[in-house]
Ligand binder design. Structure first.
Ligand code: ACO
Length: 468
């Protein structure tokens, strides 16, 4: 049975969907999507704008209609009726799961969320002094190390052979349960033997199981980073909780109310996939070299961090605080426009209509801000900024709020601090990254665009002593 508030959230999503359909009804029908016959002709702009790199069945973004579709399902429907677990399964496998399939998938996630080794390793780094996305990327690398070698019980080598095989073994306990559970780090020779590449040359970390491990584990890492930065120890996951609820729990130590869980779930659904955006492309480029999922997701995290991409959500909050009052919105915007600066949380390469994700996050922020004085203040400034941007740029430029504009207010109202906004984005987008990489590898071709050389030729080499 849905609680009253979560039913209100569903109604709010459905209302946003209705508004979206009404407002974009008159826009032209999308260009038909069709299979490609290579080589394909397309007009390419700087930053690969318009370039077609591959076929996909995973997701579709229509910028003029403001559509976002995962595997044929409208984003509004998924937000209203689905969960992040179901959506991740859908993105990876291509269809919605049955009860049994979803149950098995959840079991995998529960298993992989538990990573005491990785958390402990993470704590040996100065996480509290690191940028949260840098720490997340580091944690993802540690996950690779753990998964490919010794993170799961059944992959642990026989103790005698381990100790015998490596004189430099480091004694350590993986789970604090006494001597009987203690195992030993083992050396590179043993690792190499156990996990050889498959016939395609793919590393063992390039299987579907790694996708599950990453979807489950990036959330545990992000939560651990949040805890360590706040001066607390990382928490063990709670197997009784959903992905969204457990993520909040592992971050805060508090089992969330159904409303909070539902809002986080929707935020995770909304951010899960979005065409070949910069971070997804980065993941795919790395995967195309037949590297593995962990390196690919690490590249995605790195790309997502930038303020022109996922890093914008944190910047939006900084800007709203800098503006400080509704009265200051107009002068602030005039100043930025004079400086030809970018307004964080606005504009999009693909959307020339209102971003459907912002259509959901805006009302969600409004709903949550009702009970938060600071949230309400931020919301009023944000809404004033949205109105000012619309009137300042006019309808021609088609600059609307994007996904990052209201998400920060939503998270702020949930008591989450700004440096975690972009890691939360990654916790969700890891589903899209892994799904896209998995699909691309089916017909892999290494990425290799070219640049037009406009430099000089035939210059004479001068020894350093003769250079001025
Ligand atoms: N503020 C001010 N002007 C803008 C903005 C903005 N946020 N976005 C676009 N414009 C203007 C540009 O100045 C440019 O104007 P011009 O034609 O007069 O030169 C025009 O709109 C086209 O913008 P581009 O920057 O060329 O668009 P592009 O597709 O290259 O960039 C981007 C898209 C990076 C998202 C851009 O809109 C931007 O920088 N936005 C702010 C950062 C942001 O919010 N990023 C998050 C995006 S969503 C995501 O990645 C998850």
């Amino acid at each position: 049975m849905l609680r009253h508030e979560t039913k209100e959230i569903t109604d709010l999503v459905l209302k946003a969907a209705k508004k979206a359909r009404k407002e974009t009804d008159s826009e032209p029908e999308p260009e038909l999507t069709k299979p490609i016959k290579w080589p394909v002709k397309c007009t390419v702009g700087p930053g690969l704008e318009g370039a077609i790199a591959c076929e996909t069945k995973i997701g579709y973004v229509n910028g003029s209609k403001g559509w976002l579709v995962y595997r044929g399902y409208d984003i509004f429907d998924l937000c209203a009726y689905s969960t992040f677990e179901e959506v991740s399964y859908l993105l990876l496998k291509g269809h919605l799961p049955t009860v049994t399939q979803l149950g098995n998938f959840k079991k995998k996630l529960i298993q992989y969320r538990h990573m005491p080794n990785t958390q402990r390793l993470l704590m040996s780094f100065p996480i509290e002094d690191m940028n949260a996305m840098a720490a997340l990327r580091l944690g993802t690398n540690l996950m690779r190390h753990e998964f490919t070698y010794d993170d799961t019980d059944d992959w642990r080598p026989d103790l005698k052979s381990v100790i015998g095989a490596d004189e430099d073994s480091i004694p350590m306990e993986t789970v604090p349960r006494g001597e009987k559970r203690a195992i030993y780090e083992f050396g590179s020779k043993e690792r190499g033997k156990k996990f050889e590449s498959d016939s395609l040359g793919l590393q063992p970390a390039s299987g579907l199981d790694s996708c599950y491990h990453l979807i489950a584990g990036v959330a545990s890492i992000a939560a651990a980073v949040a805890r360590i930065r706040a001066g607390h120890l990382p928490l063990e996951p709670d197997p009784e909780l959903s992905h969204a609820a457990n993520f909040i729990y592992m971050m805060t130590g508090r089992r969330p109310a159904p409303l909070e869980e539902r809002v986080m779930d929707i935020a995770l659904i909304l951010h899960a996939d979005h065409g070949i955006n910069a971070s997804t492309f980065a993941s795919m480029v790395v995967a195309s070299t037949l590297s593995d999922f962990y390196f690919s997701v690490g590249a995605g995290i790195a790309a997502l961090n930038g303020p022109l991409h996922g890093g914008a959500n944190e910047q939006v909050l900084r800007v709203l605080n800098e503006i400080a009052t509704v009265d200051n919105v107009k002068p602030w915007l005039e100043k930025i426009r004079k400086q030809k600066g970018k307004i964080m949380g606005f504009g999009h390469r693909v959307y020339k209509a209102y971003d459907p994700r912002a259509r959901v996050l805006g009302p969600l922020a409004e709903y949550l801000a009702k009970n938060s004085e600071s949230g309400l203040k931020l919301l009023h400034i944000a809404q004033a900024l949205e109105r000012e941007v619309a009137s300042s740029f006019g309808t021609e430029k088609k600059i609307f709020p994007n996904v990052d504009f209201y998400s920060g207010i939503v998270y702020s109202c949930m008591g989450i601090s700004p440096e975690l906004f972009t890691p939360i984005f990654a916790v969700s987008r890891v589903a899209g990254w892994t799904a896209r990489v998995l699909e691309y590898l089916e017909n892999n071709r290494i990425f290799r665009p070219r640049a037009m050389y406009i430099g000089e030729f035939e210059k004479k080499y001068k020894p350093i002593q003769k250079r001025t």
